[in-house]
Design a protein around this ligand. Sequence first.
Ligand code: KG4
Ligand code: ZN
Length: 340
Amino acid sequence: MLILGIDTSCDDTSASVVEDGSRILSNIVSGQADIHVKYGGIVPELASRQHIEMITPVVDEALKTAGISLGDLGAIAVCYAPGLIGSLLVGCSFAKAVSYAKNIPLVAVNHLEGHLLSPFLESPQPQFPFISLVVSGGHTSLYLAESFGRYTELGRTRDDAAGEAYDKVSKLLGLGYPGGPVIDRLAAEGDPKAVDFPRAYLPESLDFSFSGLKTAVLNYVRKNQQCTPVLSPASGVSFRIEDVAASFQEAVVDVLVRKTQSAAQQMGISRIAIAGGVAANCGLRTRMKKMGDGQGIEVFLPAQMLCTDNAAMIAVAGYHMAARCAFSGPDLNPRAHLPL
Ligand code: KG4
Ligand code: ZN
């Protein structure tokens, strides 16, 4: 069965055609970073306007690349929650209109389920049950995934998501938006032991907390600089920005890896999958894999472009919902907030 996935939950307009919930025939992502970069973060109104501009060409391109037409589709899967409400509205309205006009079944997908199932676009696919770390700009949660559609949240962030911490630290270092990729790049050039930033392990639970770490980076930078930070040790700056990036990343990765390992041990499960934008992080990928090798835990890492927002993951989740006949109709409304 061919599914057209659509994701407009945040600042990427994406459409994808996936066959049988695993084979990607196309996965088009039109990003908006150049529009939002000068504001240091996403401006929701600009995001939704850009989705309106891009949704038709992006869907056309996805169908063209896959070599199919709308009549070949078994269903349209659209991300309806959680996310920016104006952005979600564009994808939902578009999907509902096409579904109605062409009589194609519609499936409404939770963005988090899309991320969680993104490892199924790779080979080998994880077997159930597995522990999933979904770590993105809006969420940082650990789930026990028992089957398609059956997920239990084991822990979540009590304040900032890990990606949010990356973006805020990047902003305070003057490195722009989005922060994850640039900090990841700089971290590779820095000393992760240069600054001992705090780690919130919250050992009594599988929850996370990243706001203290973000504040610690802010305090460190304020204390050690007399001028705007630059990318090398320059006049007035008594630290290397690469070292701050590496030390910050080390603190984030330490916590993510240790807590994911704890979740696997507590549940007695030897399979871990990671997903979401921060799962594209080179430091996290390397350390999670190393931990898995040491502990006899299988670790599933989707390709980096399947970690950040994309519609192929929405199509995967949609495929399994369609298999359960979990269809939606023209009364579908997007929701800004919705747990998995
Ligand atoms: O999953 P995603 O594309 O959108 C949300 O659902 O939030 O995740 C975006 C987040 C941003 O905070 C971005 O800075 C972060 O993922 N990110 C990274 C990397 N690439 C993207 N964080 C760390 N390292 C990366 N390489
Ligand atoms: Zn996402």
